[in-house]
Design a protein around this ligand. Structure first.
Ligand SMILES: [Zn+2]
Length: 100
């Protein structure tokens, strides 16, 4: 079991966001409001599914500060690299050992 204790280096906020690209989202419609066909407005149900896509970056939910691998300019795009980044800064408690 791990426990996330992220603290943004830029603003100190405690939540982070996964940003994905090329995701297909499908959502069930509850209703459709039509006063004028040109501005028909859907009411969505809770049943949202998404598939495909890839991780573009992880960022602070507040200030949008982007996680980058140490010594690199590219954003972190995998949970493995995110876990290593967090563990180095003791922002996650864990019971696994990092391979050298
Ligand atoms: Zn922040």
């Amino acid at each position: 079991m791990s426990d996330l204790k992220f603290k943004c280096p830029n603003c100190g906020y405690h939540r982070l966001t996964e940003v994905m690209a090329n995701v297909t989202v499908s959502t069930e419609l509850e209703n459709l409001y039509i006063n004028d066909p040109m501005v028909a407005e859907p009411e969505y149900g809770d049943n949202e599914r998404h598939g495909g896509g890839y991780i573009l970056r992880f960022q602070c939910s507040n200030c949008k500060w982007v996680f980058r691998k140490d010594g690199e300019n590219n954003p972190i795009t995998s949970y493995a690299d995110l876990a290593i980044w967090l563990k180095k800064r003791k922002m996650v408690t864990d019971d696994w050992e990092e391979a050298e």
